[in-house]
Design a protein around this ligand. Structure first.
Ligand code: HEC
Length: 455
């Protein structure tokens, strides 16, 4: 685990240095006066590695790995959400601009359109050029670091939350083992990008409906495959990360290179290939459609009835369809078009999904009476290693989500969630590290149905 922390910290430092070209940071790290004399001969990255190694030693010797991992989780997650908001916000904003441009009234020849807006107490006026302005302005704002840092912090989160404890978080029914599970997870991100980018380079790109059907089929296939190979939660998160990788890949491999080529051509007064801008625009539009499904997957961990359902891959497919549909509806509205059929269909879709994922009503068999004493024993053996004021588990040094089962009241208060996680979705105990048996799950079910009394 120490090396995972080291790796995560190292990636973070390196990415900050490279991406921000943080001259200040480099200066700080390279200034000799900041180091003891015996370090002088070392290049600055050597010093960084040394410092990280020293920090890791302190962490290791004090047994703080889980605690530090928790803080890393907090900081990286926080950053990830904020930068992700900036990225998606920009995506929404620019697609809105594109959709809402005035393209007809009083437009100069060189313009594709313009738009007036009021925001934050100011009036704004934006013009979009058909191709490029006659002269490229010195100060041209680019939008790429949001994408890059969202992806990098996302990968760091995968390492911190999933890969560093893969035996609990990644391994599913098939019990594929830690290394193989991580390999499948990382492989899916790469495979996803290669397939998507490949599809974008075929004739399908000019046939939106076919393109959508093929991509949708591929995503559902990946969801099915991953949920077969990995744990339910890991499967969901990897589908989300795969879509996120496609989005960041679009920015890194297509949109920014196209824009660089466009700027270069405009600067050297060469004729500009209109395909560059059009193709980049399409990729950007794909990203726009991915945003809603991706954000759902990122918060899906709170909703065990989605990832915990036996057909969780189909539930994901359904929610993908519904949410991308709503994005489509919004895009049409921005263009001044109405597609009234989308909302009723999306609403119906959500209702159907909620219905399908409802816990089975048939299993109401109360059976023999279960005493609280028996339940208490199950909780002590199977849950309290993590869910207690002082957990004994190696990884969960604080009660997960603050949920503790130390007193009868605490158990009773959580009975509905317990039913959901232990009986319906079987997503607790996490990774079933405490080896709960099917009989014990059924005893918990019966105890709750019998009224969850503490007698
Ligand atoms: C190996 C550690 C571990 C064990 C053992 C474990 N859990 Fe959990 N539990 C977690 C973690 C981590 C979370 C938070 C992540 C999540 O919700 O998946 C959690 C979340 C939960 C939640 C959701 C809490 C919420 O905020 O809604 C419930 C309910 C729950 N566990 C019940 C149980 C029960 C009942 C058992 C025993 C049968 C059990 N857990 C055993 C680690 C564990």
């Amino acid at each position: 685990m120490v090396w995972m922390i080291l790796l995560a910290a190292l990636i973070l430092v390196i990415s900050v240095v490279i991406l921000l070209q943080a001259k200040q940071l480099v200066k700080l790290l390279t200034r000799s006066s900041n180091y003891p004399p015996w370090m002088e001969g070392l290049p600055y990255y050597g010093r960084v590695v040394l410092l990280l190694a020293a920090a890791s030693m302190v962490i290791y010797l004090n047994g703080w790995e889980a605690h530090i991992l928790n803080w890393l989780n907090l900081l990286v997650r926080w950053t990830h959400v904020i930068i992700g908001i900036a990225w998606i916000g920009a995506s929404f904003y620019f697609v809105f601009l594109e959709n809402s441009l005035n393209r007809t009234e009083n437009i100069r020849e060189e313009l594709a359109g313009n738009l007036w807006a009021i925001h934050g107490g100011g009036f704004y006026y934006v013009e979009k050029y058909k191709v490029a302005p006659a002269e490229i302005p010195k100060k041209l704002h680019w939008f790429k670091y949001e994408a890059y840092f969202t992806w990098i912090t996302g990968i760091l989160l995968m390492i911190i939350v999933y890969y560093s404890q893969a035996n609990v978080t990644m391994v599913g029914q098939l019990q594929l083992g830690t290394a193989l599970s991580i390999f499948i997870g990382v492989g899916s991100l790469l495979a996803g990008w290669l397939v998507y980018d490949g599809i974008c380079r075929t004739w399908l790109i000019d046939r939106p409906i076919w393109f959508f059907l093929v991509m949708f089929g591929f995503i559902v296939l990946m969801a099915w495959l991953l949920s077969y190979l990995l744990s339910a939660k890991a499967a969901y998160m990897h589908v989300g990360a795969m879509l996120g990788t496609m989005m960041a890949g679009n920015v890194f491999r297509v949109i920014i290179p196209s824009q660089k080529a466009m700027v270069k051509a405009a600067e050297s007064q060469e004729p500009l290939d209109p395909y560059l801008g059009q193709h980049a625009g399409l990729r950007s539009l794909h990203n726009n459609y991915f945003t809603l499904p991706v954000v759902f997957i990122m918060i899906s961990g709170h909703f065990p009835s989605t990832f915990g359902h036996p057909y969780n891959w189909a539930v994901l497919g359904g929610l993908f369809l519904v949410s991308a549909g709503i994005r489509h509806y919004l895009n049409l509205i921005e263009k001044g078009q109405q597609a009234f059929w989308i909302l009723p269909f999306a609403t119906l879709g959500v209702i159907v999904l909620a219905f399908i994922t409802a816990p089975p009503a048939s299993d109401q068999d109360l059976g023999e009476e279960v005493s609280f004493q028996e339940i208490r024993t199950i909780f002590t053996n199977r849950c309290n290693t993590c869910h207690a004021a002082n957990p004994t588990d190696e990884l969960w040094v604080a009660a997960p989500n603050g949920v503790m089962f130390d007193t009868p009241d605490q158990i009773v208060a959580m009975k509905d969630q317990i039913m959901m996680r232990v009986v319906v979705t079987e997503t607790m105990p996490m990774g079933n590290t405490t080896n709960i048996t099917p009989e014990e799950r059924d005893m918990i079910r019966r105890w709750i149905l019998q009224g969850a009394t503490v007698n």
